[in-house]
Unconditional design. Sequence first.
Length: 202
Amino acid sequence: MNRNVSEEVENLSRLNVPEKSGRLIDRARNAYWMAPMSGITDVCYRQLMDEMGAGVLVSELVSAKGLVFNSERTRRMIKIHKNPGTLVGLQLFGDYADDFIKVAHLVQEQGADFLDINLGCPVKKVIQKGCGSALMRDPVYLESFLTKIRRNIDLPLTVKMRTGWNEQELTIHECVAAAQNAGCEWVAIHGRTRVQGYQGLA
């Protein structure tokens, strides 16, 4: 093989291998991350995206309460495929910080690199319990909620959120600050409000 070509391949390979030190985000394989989607990003889909070179893999949202109650179906949702080539996170939702703390060891045992908290789900049955995007309505409480979790788990903590509840209640700046103050590694943003759901401009 031509020497220049060999060096180029070697450099690309080096870029595609997540580093084991430094910031969590620096260990991502590349900037093309797979977005978590309910009912879609299961273990098989994540493995496929890993094989296609996705930079970061995140599970569909999983109930922290379901894991607390040892639901077999919920436990299957946190399975991670063997030997992933990049960072893998498991996304949980819930309204009690203690639930996340209780089940963090299950997430870690699966081999996850980080625990992601869903603050963006707009579905009625989720927000009625005070989960998902409902948590963005009180940034002060959100900071204490995230801080308690971060201080009591070993895994890095990340969050996914929306821009706010509606156009009159855009709390994104306050909630990002809350996540930063709590010690979260990063914030992923779906650029719509809860009221927009999946419609309209992002």
